[in-house]
Design a protein around this ligand. Structure first.
Ligand code: NAP
Length: 307
């Protein structure tokens, strides 16, 4: 029987682990399918306080983990595939192995959303990517395409102009969700070409095993066109990793955990931290702050129950 199980090992999960381990609660962290969370997919992080020169994202998150381990936190590989939160202790199925815990901190984050094309899924890692900072380097002097109309798409397109010959930004509307400053920056970049009111219908070439181009459809005219592309970056938002908890705790229509305030979920003893609940800020520092809050609430809860 565990006092605290933390699901997820990004900034939120690691910070919750530091706090609960330091409170002598011997937390168990289930690392999840993206160990280290989104920071492990970035390079330089310039806005995490305390690092005037910036800090390498994977180093930052690895240091958080070491810090938690120094206080006695344990980490295991794997993901929660099923949960029974209907009564206490809570039961979690970690890829076939059940464990029990008095409190649970869900810090499982949010994963990239995909277009949902068969060709896209087959070509992930072979020209299709959701992470410009991870894969941009491979497309030096190549033809790049970014899909999306939010801040992520603007940021990725702007970043990718460091590498690509040209970056085509494909968006399904002619209005943008992106903030004005990010949109203006992208518009001012001579290497970015906007392709509006358009969607990617297909990605070539599954037979070759790598991306050679796309088929586009103009949603206003219905016109189809083809374009040569070497690297296709999908930047159309994220999906919270809550599938294992569906029906067990209250989620909103997008699948994000509904907060009851103070890191509490609809189930007493189950707390949330980070992007799994936060659709707005989604920053390393806010996820860490949320991990701290969840840890302190779990600690208080255990104390009130006499543990
Ligand atoms: P987002 O704001 O939800 O934007 C997603 C974009 O993808 C929208 O333009 C949407 O189009 C499009 N889209 C969604 N599903 C699609 C589909 N199936 N096919 C084609 N297009 C699709 O997501 P985000 O850009 O990842 O940003 C998420 C949050 O992080 C925002 O709050 C953002 O401000 C923040 N963020 C901030 C920064 C920064 O400040 N440095 C950087 C990145 C992200 P529609 O508009 O038509 O719905």
């Amino acid at each position: 029987m565990r006092n605290v199980v933390i699901v997820g090992s990004g900034c939120a999960g690691n910070t919750a682990a530091i706090y609960t381990a330091r409170a002598n609660l011997k937390p168990l962290v289930i690392a999840g399918h993206e160990p280290g969370g989104q920071l492990s997919l970035t390079t330089l992080v310039e806005n995490f306080p305390g690092f005037p020169e910036g800090v390498n994202g994977p180093d930052l998150v690895e240091n958080m983990k070491k810090q938690a381990q120094n206080f006695g936190a344990e980490y295991v590989h794997g993901s929660v595939i099923e949960a029974d939160l209907s009564k206490r202790p809570f039961r979690l199925n970690i890829e076939g192995e059940w464990l029990e815990t008095r409190t649970l901190i869900i810090a499982s984050g949010a994963s990239a959303r995909w277009l949902g094309l068969e060709s896209e899924q087959k070509l992930i890692g072979h020209g299709v990517s959701s992470c410009a900072t991870c894969d941009g380097f491979f497309y030096r002097d190549k033809q790049i395409m970014v899909v999306g109309g939010g801040d992520s798409a603007m940021e990725e397109a702007t970043f990718l102009t460091r590498f690509g010959r040209e970056v085509a930004l494909v968006h399904r509307r002619d209005e943008f969700r992106a903030s004005k400053i990010m949109l203006d920056r992208a518009r001012a970049n001579p290497k970015i070409r906007f392709v509006l009111n358009s969607v990617v219908e297909d990605i070539y070439d599954i037979e070759k095993g790598y991306v050679t181009g796309v088929k586009l459809r103009n949603v206003q005219t219905g016109e189809l066109s083809e374009r040569e592309v070497d690297g296709l970056f999908v930047a159309i938002g994220h999906i919270p990793n809550t599938a294992a908890f569906k029906g067990q705790i209250e989620l909103d229509e997008g699948g994000y955990i509904k907060s009851r305030g103070n890191a509490r979920t609809s189930v007493t003893g189950v707390f949330h931290a980070g992007d799994v609940e936060d659709r707005v800020y989604r920053q390393a520092i806010t996820a860490s702050g949320a991990g701290c809050m969840a840890a302190m609430e779990a600690e208080r809860f255990l104390e009130s129950e006499g543990h």
